[in-house]
Ligand binder design. Structure first.
Ligand code: AMP
Ligand code: MG
Length: 487
């Protein structure tokens, strides 16, 4: 276990130099106070969880103090936003403080979001508000606990610094951890600004540090792109299987590592709705829940375009062709497991599709449906869940197919079925209204609800006594909360 001053830095991205990032010091927030810290994320840095309560912790993660070996840099990138190309973006309110490596030899980027203005702030103020910082913290740790690849969050530090959004709010910073903060948009930036040398340097950097196994392949860059395609297919399959809606799948928000990244107006589905749009500003529904699947491919094509200096167009197209079949295979595998099935049959895809069609516009809670399905043997469970559906005849027909399918699947006990299903069907997810309750309390200075919610979501599959209120459907006020990009 390490103390805060014992972290070891190795700032590999900073060493790429000024063409890739700019040295900027964080701009401190007034009266910093710890809102919440993740002991699991602290463990990634070998940090003793007790240090979160020391004053220096809040000072370090609010811009007041800095390690001597940190090299804070604002990274430059660009990206396709809502389908259109924006030639220059970058860390407008975040800074890569440095890269720390732990006892296991893993490197973790320390990225401080809300750290003040940088050369890439454009019209923004460089700040993040408490509300959005709490949402990013809770989401990244909750996704990780669900087994969905994500950036991690070490802590949120709040302050008394006023920040203007639609109304006056308070500034906060969230410390994000990832093995890399390189985005699709980094490659796009050097491609569209016609800087082949820097682009090659970036590609070498990513290949050497993050995809070293691809070096062994006859065409290392192609192998790396294939791996990125595969990771994205798997990540998005998990989003779809668990009802996660990212909200702003611009290419500048897509990690080169295939992890969920840059949280804005995200949401987990409450009632199942394939057309759900979580971002209030996404008027056309470009990033609606079901569109995430084709958008994943669209984003990979944008990356492929930026990689044309290194890889032939035919090879890129072939690799892109892997995305959909891989997505479908991962998705079906997860949905089978959510249904409690251990074998594969040809018609399983149809069984899943029919179920989702019945759920659509029926007001069925997506998470609780699967959890309850595993509570009891199939026949009892479907009989109990039936009343939630509008099309009862349709549901009865599905239930017959499902029971027959379960019977063919194997002969296992009720306990085996429950344990297996509960291990993949969470009881607790980050519902918007739960986040909202925690935010409202935090805005009035009470951080206990954020901390409790974080704890509950760190064990989403385990029934936690006394925490029943976190496993409920939203109340009416919490069903249609409007979340916009202004964070
Ligand atoms: P996002 O939609 O949060 O992924 O941000 C898109 C771009 O806008 C990125 O380059 C961000 O750094 C920048 N940005 C977002 N909010 C702010 C802000 N308050 N101040 C400065 N830049 C910002
Ligand atoms: Mg972003």
């Amino acid at each position: 276990m390490k103390a805060l001053d014992e972290l070891t830095f190795d700032n590999r991205f900073a060493r790429l130099g000024d063409a890739f990032s700019t040295h900027v010091l964080p701009e401190p927030l007034d009266e910093p106070r710890l809102v919440v810290a993740s002991s699991a994320a602290m463990a990634l840095l070998d940090l003793d969880p007790a240090v979160a309560e020391t004053p220096v912790f809040a000072e370090l993660f609010s811009g007041h103090k800095l390690w001597a070996e940190a090299e804070p840099r604002a990274m430059v990138y660009s990206g396709h936003q809502f389908g259109g190309y924006t030639p220059q973006l970058g860390d407008g309110r975040g800074l890569l403080l440095g890269e720390v490596y732990n006892a296991a030899g893993e490197h973790w980027d320390l990225h401080l979001k809300g750290a003040g203005m940088t050369p890439y702030s454009r019209m923004g103020d460089g700040r993040a508000v408490l509300r959005s910082s709490i949402r990013e913290f809770l989401a990244s740790e909750a996704l990780h606990a669900l087994g969905i690849p994500s950036s991690r969050a070490l802590c949120v530090v709040g302050s008394s610094t006023p920040v203007w959004r639609e109304k006056q709010e308070r500034g906060a910073m969230v410390l994000r951890l990832a093995h890399s903060h390189i985005r699709f948009g980094h490659f796009e930036y050097f491609y569209y600004t016609k800087k082949p040398e820097q682009q090659a340097e970036l590609a070498e950097h990513v290949l050497n540090l993050h995809y070293p196994e691809c070096r062994e392949q006859p065409e290392p860059y192609l192998a790396m792109f294939r791996e990125i395609v595969e990771r994205n297919a798997e990540m998005i399959a998990k989003w779809q299987a668990y009802g996660f809606c990212h909200g702003v799948m611009n290419t500048d928000n897509m990690s080169i590592l295939g992890i969920t990244f840059d949280f804005g107006p995200f949401a987990f589905l409450d009632d199942f709705d394939a057309h759900f749009i979580c971002n209030h500003s996404d008027h056309e529904g470009r990033y609606s829940f079901s569109n995430q699947v084709p958008i994943g491919q669209w984003n990979l094509s944008a990356l492929a375009q930026a990689l044309t200096p290194f890889i032939s167009v035919d090879a890129l197209k072939e690799a892109l062709g892997l995305y959909l079949p891989l997505y479908q295979a991962h998705y079906l595998d997860l949905m089978r497991r959510r249904l409690g099935l251990t074998t594969a049959e040809e018609d399983d895809q149809k069984l899943v599709e029919r179920l989702l069609k019945l759920m659509q516009n029926s007001g069925v809670d997506y998470t609780l449906f699967f959890r309850r399905l595993g509570d009891e043997p199939a026949a009892l469970a479907v009989a109990r869940l039936r009343d939630d559906f509008v099309d009862l005849a349709g549901f009865d027909a599905w239930a017959e197919l499902y029971k027959a399918r379960v019977a063919r699947d194997g002969d296992y006990s009720e306990v085996q079925r429950r344990e297996r299903m509960h291990a993949v069907n969470p009881l607790y997810i980050l519902r918007n209204y739960l986040a909202q309750n925690a935010i409202a309390a935090a805005e009035s200075g009470d951080y206990s609800e954020v901390r409790r919610l974080h704890e509950v979501l760190s064990k989403p599959f385990e029934e936690q006594p006394g925490m029943e209120q976190y496993a409920q459907r939203p109340p009416d006020w919490g069903k249609h909360l409007e979340i916009s990009c202004s964070s």
